[in-house]
Design a protein around this ligand. Structure first.
Ligand SMILES: [Fe+2]
Length: 416
């Protein structure tokens, strides 16, 4: 939990950031990766930023030296009166620290940020955050700012977001607030989110469960941006969109219904990942957890998605939605593993984790009555996970905002 001193300093930092976003250029800088066209090269990195001054000549200047010089012109779109710029950095060298700035001489430049390109050896660090939503006690993302600040200290190569990025996806100010507060992390660690129920339209009708325009305007993600995958190191990451499963269940509109195009897409994605001998791990992330209880336990979602995850031997399934941290016993072929240990064999089934604790008001300690529960803290807290991924292991550690260790385990890839 935040101390009064921490809270005060983060509120000040947030207000300063908002002020800067209005009066200086550029703002809301964030990175994303897309392995679709990499053809043996490190995954290209896309830089996206916003400006309230339209300029036909905006650039990313990048390179492997702290005074970068290679120039890439950005493309421009207009969203709610501000310009959004995008530039893709391709043909990166593996395992290098890249430096960049974005903007123009006419409208100003960002500071110089840096990111690590995809390594050749398959060893890298991933951050896991979820439910940054600006609801009660997290107005203006003040708690999210503390989590982001802590996560940034671990210097992750990529950040996975479990969804519920904002509390009300119809509010432009919330999307901009999140991207402003989290810029210092997102500008150096590609932000790869899936959307949650709060991010999308909950009103029945033609737009039910669909994202708002601001999401498409402000983010640049692979595929259809809702369901997408990318390869990084020896991992196939697959993000899937669970919509508003709770509201969709009575209507028979829960996502990933067998026979649906999205079900076929995921089945094919997982089949390809399984057959790819260059990959060691399959990680799926989504908003609604498979293992839950009470009003968050959506039977139709579990019935739709779990057989696919088990059929294709997914190693790790990450989710958010509930503002708790929970680690579950491995599941394989419809059975729950008995072993609950800090060292697990990936051959024993899929590990399911819920981590929706990056700002949204905590919903209380995790559900100990869930049959699969392996670990959940005794008290509510804000926390996040840091995954150290290697070809033969995934070390998963969960920390609170003061960097106290909450949970830790290792998933081992053993020869079958
Ligand atoms: Fe949610």
């Amino acid at each position: 939990m935040l101390s009064g001193k921490h809270l005060s300093s983060f509120v000040t930092a947030f207000l300063a950031a908002i002020s800067l976003s209005v009066y200086s250029q550029p703002s809301m800088i964030h990175l994303s990766v897309d392995s679709g066209e990499k053809k043996g090269m490190p995954a290209p990195v896309t830089v996206t930023w916003s400006s309230d001054k339209s300029s036909s000549g905006q650039y990313v200047v990048f390179g492997t030296r702290p005074d970068p010089s290679k120039k890439v012109k950005a493309s421009e779109t207009v969203s709610d009166g501000c310009s959004v710029y995008t530039a893709e950095l391709v043909r990166l060298r593996p395992g290098k620290e890249y430096y960049y700035k974005c903007g123009s001489d006419a409208t100003g430049w960002s500071k110089v940020y840096s990111f690590a390109s995809e390594p050749r050896n398959g060893s890298f660090r991933v951050a896991v955050i979820g439910d940054t939503q600006d609801n009660i006690n997290n107005e203006n993302f003040v708690k999210t700012a503390a989590v982001i600040n802590a996560v940034k200290g671990y210097d992750p190569a990529i950040t996975l977001h479990m969804g519920d990025i904002v509390n009300d996806g119809s509010k432009t100010a919330s999307w901009k607030g999140f991207l402003t507060v989290s810029q210092d992390l997102n500008a150096e660690s590609p932000l790869m989110p899936v959307l949650g129920n709060h991010d999308v339209n909950n009103e029945k009708g033609d737009n039910f469960q669909k994202p708002f325009k601001d999401f498409y305007d402000l983010f640049n993600l692979p595929g259809d941006e809702l369901n997408y995958s990318f390869t990084y190191g020896k991992v196939r990451f697959i993000g899937i969109f669970s919509g508003w499963a709770q509201g969709a269940e009575p209507l028979g509109e829960v996502k990933y219904k067998p026979g649906s195009p999205e079900y076929a897409w995921l089945d094919n994605e997982l089949s390809l990942a399984e057959a790819d001998h260059g990959l060691n791990w399959i990680i799926v992330w989504m908003h609604y957890p498979v293992n839950s209880f009470g009003w968050s336990n959506i039977k139709a979602w579990k019935d739709n998605i779990l057989p696919l995850l088990e059929k294709h031997r997914v190693d790790l399934c990450l989710a958010g939605h509930r503002h708790v941290y929970e680690r579950h016993l491995q599941m394989k072929d419809g059975k729950i593993a008995e072993k609950n240990a800090s060292s697990l064999s990936a051959n024993e089934g899929t590990v399911f984790i819920t981590n929706g604790t990056a700002g949204g008001n905590p919903t209380g300690p995790g559900g100990k009555e869930i049959p699969t529960i392996a670990f959940t803290p005794e008290k509510s807290m804000y926390c996040y996970a840091i995954m150290d991924i290697d070809p033969g292991s995934i070390k998963y550690q969960v920390f609170d905002v003061d960097k106290n260790l909450i949970d830790s385990f290792v998933l081992l890839r053993e020869q079958q």
